[in-house]
Design a protein around this ligand. Structure first.
Ligand code: PEP
Ligand code: MN
Length: 274
């Protein structure tokens, strides 16, 4: 049987590099930060400015929100995408934003530098195929009930359409533990690297659901070999319209980013020496 496209075997051991506006994800460490939802222009622009100053490389923000309740804030839609585009122009930060419907993938990609497929949509096969056809980089989150094999097979759907630019993102899985929102499965990072050439990043915000746990798990993810991190940041976390318990303030993010980038540099140094 021919090896699957996601496999390290199929690439002959070469690791995929996903280029986003000059940044080589898979080679360069990538820090993605921003609000869970784009709520308004002031909130998003201020967050973008602060995360840029703290060293983030990409801005994240949801304009289409997959919410558990249909009565919760669903996102600003196209208005939110326009706000993200403005933030990108002001600060030179490429934008990662979620697409939840295959019918929207084409036009959303005109505003996004990276299309996010959320945990709840990991196995939305028509969405996977559509983003595969579009050819923009895709950030594929792990489904909260998914095995590594199921996750990698979802990446395969995108790759099989001819789009090699897939970034995997571990964001926690459901376990019996309820203190944390999810259980961040950091062992998946070296496991992905054993089986696949695709870059893998970690999202400790959704992975823990608690702001105070985000920094320690960011550091742990870097130590586990993650190619980057995705962190939710809000100018006033207590007022966030979604995921307020896990959002860092800009000051908290600045401290976390500095520690993360330092640790990454330190570990790169020890790698060279070994
Ligand atoms: C998000 O990134 O805001 C999000 C909804 O993430 P997930 O799909 O991992 O829950
Ligand atoms: Mn969120």
């Amino acid at each position: 049987m021919t090896p699957k496209l996601f496999s390290l075997e199929s690439s002959g051991g070469r690791r995929t590099i996903v280029r986003v506006d000059g940044r080589e994800i898979g080679r360069d460490f990538v820090l993605i930060a921003g609000p869970c939802s784009v709520e308004n222009e002031t909130q998003t622009i201020l967050t973008a400015q602060k995360v840029k100053e703290a060293g983030a490389h990409l801005l994240r923000g949801g304009a289409f929100k997959p919410r558990t309740s249909p009565y919760s804030f669903q996102g600003l839609g196209i208005k939110g995408l326009k706000i993200l585009a403005k933030a990108r122009d002001l600060f030179g930060l490429p934008v990662v934003t979620e697409v939840i419907d295959p019918r929207d993938a084409g036009w959303v990609s005109e505003y996004a530098d990276v299309l996010q497929i959320g945990a709840r949509n990991m196995q939305n096969f028509s969405l996977l195929k559509e983003t595969g056809k579009i050819g923009k980089p895709v950030l594929l989150k792990r489904g909260m009930n998914s095995t590594l094999e199921e996750w990698l097979n979802c990446a395969e759907y995108i790759l099989a359409e001819g789009n090699p630019q897939v970034i995997l993102c571990e964001r926690g899985i459901r376990t019996f533990e309820t203190y944390t929102r999810n259980t961040l499965d950091l062992s998946i990072v070296p496991a992905v690297r054993e089986l696949s050439h695709l870059p893998v990043i970690v999202d400790p915000s959704h992975g823990t659901g608690r702001a105070r746990l985000v920094e320690p798990m960011c550091l742990a993810a870097v130590a586990a070999g993650a190619d980057g991190l995705l962190v939710e940041v809000h100018p006033h976390p207590a007022e966030a319209l979604s995921d307020k318990d896990q959002a860092l303030s800009p000051e908290e993010f600045a401290r976390t980013a500095a520690r993360v980038l330092d640790l990454h540099l330190y570990l790169k140094g020890t790698e060279r020496r070994s």
